[in-house]
Design a protein around this ligand. Structure first.
Ligand code: HPA
Length: 277
């Protein structure tokens, strides 16, 4: 049995071989209904997850499940079209395995997107929310378990998980285009159910501006690995105040995410173009 370090190495070597030594500078994780950005990548190699050793397979609608290597905004990128969630039954180590592999491939920055519900009355569906901080409400953590020095610190500082330069660049880009956006705190719940009204209100009171079911595990591993992080939520529904809460279906989430996608696509492309690594 390979241990996790060997698995990361096996997968990274497989990807290096399959892409003739492609070295991505930036990793991208595309959230629910937000896979469109992949169409803007000048694709060099595409690998379905089920062909990649040690990769879990994405089981969720709206997630394609493939790794795309190519160029975007003049930089070499590797994009996950579809991610893994804790609610699918994967361990936190499986959910974050691709981030460890990205690090092994030499990735310096990570751009993460997700669909989320607002818990702030000033943040509406259709807006982008740039994540400035987070609350890990999944009550588990990918850093639990055996630690390997190669990964970075056992007790990584988490006072600045989101890169301030990337955040500022994103705000400038959104301002120039006039995109409706906000900055805020993202809370990650396990899902897969959406929140009750009481839960949305609770999350609001403890300081969350939006809630979703992903992102925080990947960010924790990226920060430990020394990868710079930018994360953005496409706000697809509104959870606060309680009288604004409507029933939400996956179709609604996908539909609003689709409408937000053009702005997100321009934002990420220009952000990648602008950043100095
Ligand atoms: N809650 C949790 N996850 C979500 C939501 C929500 O309201 N909307 C989209 N993903």
């Amino acid at each position: 049995m390979e241990n996790i370090l060997q698995k990361i190495d096996t997968t990274a070597q497989f990807l290096q071989k399959s892409t003739y030594g492609f070295q991505p500078q930036i990793g991208i994780i595309l959230g629910t209904g937000l896979g469109e950005l992949a169409n803007h990548i000048a694709v060099e190699y595409v690998l379905p997850y089920n062909e990649i050793p040690n990769f879990p397979v994405s089981t969720v609608e709206g997630h394609k499940g493939r790794l795309i290597f190519g160029e975007l905004g003049g930089k070499k990128v590797v994009a996950m079209q579809g991610r893994f969630h804790f609610y699918e039954g994967y361990t936190m180590q499986q959910v974050t395995f691709p981030v460890r592999v990205m690090k092994a491939l030499g990735t310096k920055a990570l751009v993460v997107s997700n669909a989320a519900g607002s818990t702030n009355e000033h943040i509406y569906k259709g807006m982008l929310m740039f994540i400035t901080d987070h609350l890990n409400m999944q009550l588990s953590n990918p850093l639990i378990g055996r630690h390997y020095e190669e990964w970075g610190e056992r007790f990584p500082d988490m006072s600045h998980p989101y890169d301030s330069e990337l955040l500022e660049l994103a705000c400038n880009i959104a301002d120039i285009h006039g995109f409706p956006y906000a900055k805020g705190v993202y809370a990650s719940m396990t899902g897969p159910n959406l929140e009750t009204k009481a839960e949305y209100t609770y999350l609001h009171r403890i300081g969350a501006d939006a809630v979703g079911m992903s992102t925080v595990p990947e960010v924790l591993v990226a920060v430990q690995s020394g990868i710079r992080v930018f994360a953005v939520s496409a706000i697809t529904d509104e959870g606060y105040p309680a009288d604004r809460v409507k029933r939400v279906s996956l179709e609604d989430v996908l539909d609003i995410a689709k409408k937000t996608e053009p702005n997100l696509t321009i934002l990420v492309k220009e952000l990648i173009e602008a950043v100095n690594l």
